[in-house]
Design a protein around this ligand. Sequence first.
Ligand SMILES: Cc1cc2nc3c(=O)[nH]c(=O)nc-3n(C[C@H](O)[C@H](O)[C@H](O)COP(=O)(O)OP(=O)(O)OC[C@H]3O[C@@H](n4cnc5c(N)ncnc54)[C@H](O)[C@@H]3O)c2cc1C
Length: 391
Amino acid sequence: MKPDLFQAPDYFNLDELLTDEHKMVRDAAREWVKREVSPIIEDAAQKAEFPKSIIGGLAEIGAFGPYIPEEYGGAGLDQISYGLIMQEIERGDSGVRSTASVQSSLVMYPIFKYGTEEQKKKYLPKLASGEMMGCFGLTEPDYGSNPAGMVTNFKDKGDHYLLNGAKMWISNAPFADIAIVWAKNEEGRIHGLIVERGMEGFSTPETHNKWSLRASATGELIFDNVKVPKENLMPNKSGLGAPLGCLDSARFGIAWGAIGAAMDCYDTALRYAKERVQFDKPIAGKQLQQKKLAEMITEITKAQLMAWRLGVLRNEGKATSSQISMAKRNNVEMAINIAREARQILGGMGITGEYSIMRHMMNLESVITYEGTHDIHLLITGMDITGMPAF
Ligand SMILES: Cc1cc2nc3c(=O)[nH]c(=O)nc-3n(C[C@H](O)[C@H](O)[C@H](O)COP(=O)(O)OP(=O)(O)OC[C@H]3O[C@@H](n4cnc5c(N)ncnc54)[C@H](O)[C@@H]3O)c2cc1C
C-alpha cells in the first residue's frame, strides 16, 4: 500500500468550532491511525483478519468508552471528542471503527446506563483498557430490521436464567470475552444479559466470505440452554428502548465515522488527480474531474456541519433519535457516493489495494446496512415528520 499522506480537508474552517481538547484528542487519534493502522490494514483486510495487535492502541487513544467517566476507566470526554475519534479511526478503516463502536456504545454504554454498580466495576475498566472485549447481540436470522420480533428468550429457573436462541451478524463475536445479549423473558419483555465466553452451551462461530468489513470479525452467537447467573441481567432498563438507546449512541459515532472514510477517499483522489497526466495535462485540470472533486468537498463540508451540530445537541442532552437517524443516513450515503466517484478518478489503480478507496467502498456497504438500514432511517424521518409509522 502507498504511504499514508492524508491531509484532512476543512473547507469551512470547522477547526474554529472545536476546543483545544477536541483538537488534541483528534490529532492524537489521527497520528495513531497513520502510524499503527495504515501500514497494516490493507493486508489485514486482504487476509480477512481483525488485527488484534491494535487493541492496546485503540484503548490508549480513548476509543473504548470515550465518554464513560474516568472512575470506570473511560476517557471522560464529551460527545464531539467521541465523534472525532470515530472519524479518525474510520479514516483508517470502517472495520476498526466498528470494533471501537461496538466496544464503546454497544457494550460499555449499556453496562454504564442499565447495569448495577457491581457490573460497572467488574466490566467497565477492563473493557476500557482492552483487556476484555465485548460484542452486542440484537439481530437474529429472522429479525433484522424488526428486532422486536426476536425469539431468543430466557426462563427464570430460580437461581439462574436459562437462555436459548441465536443471533447473527455480530461484530467482534468470534473473539469477544462477553456478549450483551437482548432476549425476551417469559412475559415477552426484552432484557439485556451479560453472557461470558466459557459459559456452557454458548458458542460464537465466525461468518466467512464477506466482501465488506473484512478487517472486522463477524460471527453468530448460539445459546443452547446457557445458564446465566441472575446477577448478569442489567436491571435498570428493559423493553426495545434499551437496545435502541445503545444504537443511538453507536449511530452518532457512525455519522462521524463515515466522514472519515469520505475524507480519505476525497484526499486520495485529489492527490492522484493532480499527479496523473493524461492528454498532456493532469486530470485535475479537466472539468469532469473537477466536478467530481468539487461536489465531494461540498458534501463532506455539509456532513461535517451536521455532525458537529448533532454533537452540540448531544452534549446538551437534546439530540433526538430521529436527528441521529438523519445524520447516520445522510453521512453514510455521502461517504459511499464519494468512495464510488473517487474510485473512478483513480481509473484502474482505484480497484487495487495500493489505495484505500475500494476497501472503504466495500466497507461502507455494511455501514449503510447495519445499525438500521438506509431505508429504515428514512422511515424514521418519515414517521417523525408525519406522525405516521410506515414500517
Ligand atoms: C458486517 C455486519 C456487522 C453487523 N454487526 C452487528 C452487531 O454487532 N450486532 C447486531 O445485533 N447486528 C449486527 N449487524 C446486523 C445489522 O444490523 C442488520 O443486518 C440490519 O439491521 C438489517 O437486517 P437484515 O440484514 O436482517 O435485513 P432485513 O431487515 O431483512 O432487510 C432487508 C431489506 O429490506 C428492507 N426493509 C426492511 N424492513 C422494511 C420496511 N418496513 N419497509 C421497507 N423496507 C424494509 C431493508 O432496508 C433492506 O434493504 C451487522 C450486519 C453486518 C452486515
